[in-house]
Design a protein around this ligand. Structure first.
Ligand code: 13P
Ligand code: SF4
Length: 392
């Protein structure tokens, strides 16, 4: 994929109102909700011992899932680590665990609740651990877009596909309209399946994963993709553009991966001759085109495990993971693609004090921060999630 030039211009990011994390409540947002409880001080020297003791006391009643972007202090307590696909599979495969403590973000915990039995409780140690990308697609906006497609008479041809990084409401919308959920590990397989069902895909909410998969893995032209902006009337598109498009991309993006630029790729190639550039498909299209390798967090981990000693790697994904990979491979030169720090602020909300608090509450017989999806939404979302788990 290196050295391919494109005349296409990257659209600017969608503006978002910033909320102070952990303060106040915005019911329409995944972020900014108060977290109840009396948290231990981050400086408490006994936090590791307390988490270890609480987990031991709970035994097989609790199962802790940890996404690869979690902090070291938290990931050490995960029974399983993984990307969002692997964690969804693992949540579904643990019917014996009474409590699933999800060290990740809100949409992942919602999916775990949908995939687990009604008797199991899914706990998110900090309710402010949301996802700015998931917040970029709100059900009302998506339904407005769909009504517009209905007016144009094109919904029969469209298969809705939503990235795992979306709310349960959006997954429910996709399930009701015979679509599928995908993750960054299976986006191509989900699109292959979708184009067997229809001739157009409505891809939510990450424009970059949708465009990168369609153009770089399925051989579509950039002109086959249009960008639906929910903040503009009719998405800012003409009827003809919508009728001709194969991929209707929602205007959403990841605020972490969206920060990597083509300049970071050029800069690292000049600074480190022979460097391999390895990025996540949530990165912008020009960055992914300029990279040598592209894949989900699990793919990135496997690529570095398989890399020869002495090789150099500039990795474009969240910093907690890149730092751990650099430490795990001292014989390889593993560096962050961008020179500026790029943690996911909401993933980082789950810290050791929140984990200790959640585990100790469970030991005390109280169940904190339960993530529950209402029955109807869960049923519809499950249709789309099961369709993903059944992809060939
Ligand atoms: P994966 O876990 O699918 O690689 O996605 C990365 C991500 O941004 C999760 O929020
Ligand atoms: Fe959301 Fe991006 Fe953070 Fe993942 S890394 S939780 S997509 S903001």
């Amino acid at each position: 994929m290196a050295n391919v030039t494109s005349t296409w211009t990257e659209p600017s990011n969608t503006p978002l109102t910033l909320l102070l994390l952990g303060k106040g409540t915005d019911p329409a947002s995944e972020r900014g909700v108060d977290c109840p409880g009396d948290l231990p001080a981050p400086s408490d020297p006994d936090l590791v011992a307390r988490a270890t003791a609480a987990k031991a006391a709970l035994g097989s009643r609790v199962f802790v899932l940890g996404h690869h972007y979690q902090r070291d202090e938290v990931i050490q307590f995960a029974d399983v680590t993984g990307d969002s696909f692997k964690l969804a599979q693992q949540a579904a495969a643990r019917p014996e665990a009474e409590f699933i403590v999800f060290c990740g973000v809100h949409f992942m915990a919602e999916s775990a609740d949908i995939l687990t039995t009604p008797a199991q409780k899914v706990i998110l140690p900090d309710l402010a651990a949301g996802c700015s990308m998931a917040d970029m697609a709100v059900l009302g906006q998506v339904e407005t877009a769909w009504e517009h497609f209905e007016d144009l008479g094109i919904t029969d041809q469209i298969v809705p596909v939503t990235y795992m990084n979306s709310s349960a409401d959006i997954k429910g919308f996709v399930g009701r309209n015979k679509g599928v959920v995908c993750t960054s590990s299976n986006a191509k397989r989900a699109l292959d399946w979708s184009f067997e069902q229809g001739s157009k895909v409505f891809f939510l909410p990450d424009q970059h994963l949708g465009r990168n998969t369609a153009v770089l893995e399925m051989g579509f032209d950039l002109d086959d993709c249009v960008l639906y902006d929910p903040h503009k009337p009719k998405g800012g598109l003409t009827d003809e553009q919508l009728r001709n498009a194969k991929m209707i991309l929602w205007r959403g993006h990841c605020s972490v991966h969206g920060r990597f630029t083509i300049d970071s790729v050029r800069e690292v190639r000049e600074r480190v001759p022979g460097v391999n550039v390895l990025v996540h498909p949530e990165c912008r299209h020009d960055v992914v085109r300029a990279a040598d390798y592209v894949g989900s967090t699990e793919y990135i981990i496997r690529a570095l495990d398989a890399a020869p000693s002495g090789s150099a790697w500039a990795v474009g994904t969240e910093l907690n993971l890149v730092r751990r990979l650099a430490l795990a491979h001292p014989d390889k030169q593993v560096m962050f693609l961008d020179r500026t720090v790029c943690y996911c602020s909401t993933m980082n909300r789950i810290d050791l004090p929140h984990l200790v608090w959640a585990l100790e509450e469970l030991v005390a017989g109280r169940v904190p921060n339960v993530i529950t999806v209402d029955e109807k939404t869960a049923h519809e979302a499950r249709v789309a999630l099961d369709q993903m788990l059944a992809l060939p």
